[in-house]
Design a protein around this ligand. Structure first.
Ligand code: GDP
Length: 366
């Protein structure tokens, strides 16, 4: 069969193996727009199908770009920077110049301090071993910040190819769709979805006669909470709209549960406010610390949900770390889920998250 690429995910179309990437029934090959079965179902029924592609396959595909010339645009999800910043980026892409684009800005409250945020992103990139030429705050769904970013890309790419790199689910397809839409007026060329791993192959969009913008496969980050979560729970914990801060005035010896997916115990310190930034759909429960273990044991999956039954089969148990916080306005970040800003200093907390989903601290930018 001649090489046809799925217009949704970029995988090579094949009719032999229904379980592998690019499968489509032979009868559909005559269609004007060829989509693999997976993208077809996603597009028309919002339904995701599993495809076998190993992490090694992903890495091999992405590392094909290492020896090519070009500019890298590294997309991260502003709601999950820890889970989407690629530590090994230079090993994968070589020594190309990197622009960092923080996507999904529409989810952050309007009161976000953009300068502080950019500064923190620079530090976070540096800690991940990435030296960035510039940091841009964007929303691919709303189109915010895209003009500024495309101008920067044009300026920095020196007439070379542009590689869009990111972990799964950062919004790469949405971003590229938006670029195509604004430049050509065609909507929804690349499949987008809630679910990690939608983009399977390279998609090239010509920038001029010699160079292209190249969409690379999403790199799977096993530490992402999303990998332990059912599709249904993922919809609940992924914010779709601007996140409304929820404020709890807590005394010490009180606990907050974020569904049954994570937990924060206020161990020591003066009464103060804990400001929670999570998907508006995710229920937050307050309880006494001494009742907290029991509550989880008895109500995880019920009152404390997500997790639903499917997630419970996959998700590791909660493990905790104790933090002493001396600085004012510190965020305790639960990667992929959200964060809590603690207003004052002199506080000791224990933060619990599923094993392998590592909690981090940062200075608040809101
Ligand atoms: P990919 O795996 O990186 O290609 O990610 P997709 O483009 O499929 O997007 C993953 C999810 O994030 C989808 O549910 C998108 O609607 C959503 N998304 C993408 N960009 C944005 C954005 O700027 N803001 C918000 N709120 N959601 C976004």
């Amino acid at each position: 069969m001649e090489d046809i690429k799925c217009q949704g995910c970029g995988a090579f179309i094949q009719t032999a193996n229904p379980d592998e990437a690019g499968y489509t029934p032979e009868s559909t090959l005559g269609r004007e727009t060829i989509l693999c079965k997976r993208c077809f179902r996603l597009k028309h029924y919002n339904d995701i199908q599993d495809v076998s592609m190993t992490d090694d396959d992903f890495l091999t595909m992405v590392s094909q770009i290492r020896d090519k010339k070009g500019l890298v645009v590294h997309l991260v999800d502003i709601f999950n920077v820890d889970g989407t910043m690629i530590n090994s980026l230079s090993r994968i892409v070589g020594d190309k110049a990197v622009i960092l684009a923080a996507n999904k800005m529409d989810l952050l409250p309007k009161s976000t301090n953009r300068n502080k945020l950019i500064k923190w992103l620079r530090t976070a990139a540096k800690e991940a071993g990435i030296s960035v030429e510039g940091v841009y705050l964007i929303s691919s769904t709303k189109g915010h910040g895209l003009t500024e970013l495309t101008e920067a890309i044009e300026k920095k790419r020196n007439h070379q190819d542009v590689y869009i790199v990111g972990t799964t689910n950062v919004g790469k397809s949405t971003f590229i769709n938006k670029l195509i839409q604004t430049t050509t007026g065609t909507a929804d060329v690349i499949t987008t979805s809630y679910f990690p791993g939608t983009t399977l192959g390279f998609i090239e969009i010509p920038l001029d006669d010699d160079t292209s913008l190249i969409d690379t496969p999403g790199i799977v980050n096993r530490q992402q909470m999303a990998h332990y979560i059912s599709d249904n729970d993922l919809k609940i914990m992924t914010p779709k709209k601007e996140v409304k801060p929820r404020v709890f005035q807590l005394n010490n010896q009180q606990t907050l549960y974020f569904g049954g997916l994570a937990r924060l115990d206020f161990l020591k310190g003066e009464r103060q406010s804990f400001v929670c930034y999570f998907s508006n759909q995710l229920a937050i429960h307050r309880t006494k610390l001494k009742n907290a273990d029991n509550l989880l044991k008895e109500h995880r999956g019920g009152l404390l949900s997500p997790p639903d039954n499917e997630t419970l089969q996959m998700i590791p148990d909660l493990t905790s770390h104790t933090y002493r916080i001396d600085q004012e306005k510190t965020d305790i970040v639960f990667p992929g889920l959200g964060w809590v800003t603690i207003a004052g200093g002199g506080v000791t907390v224990a933060a619990h998250s599923p094993k392998n989903v590592n909690i981090s601290l940062r200075k608040s930018f809101i």
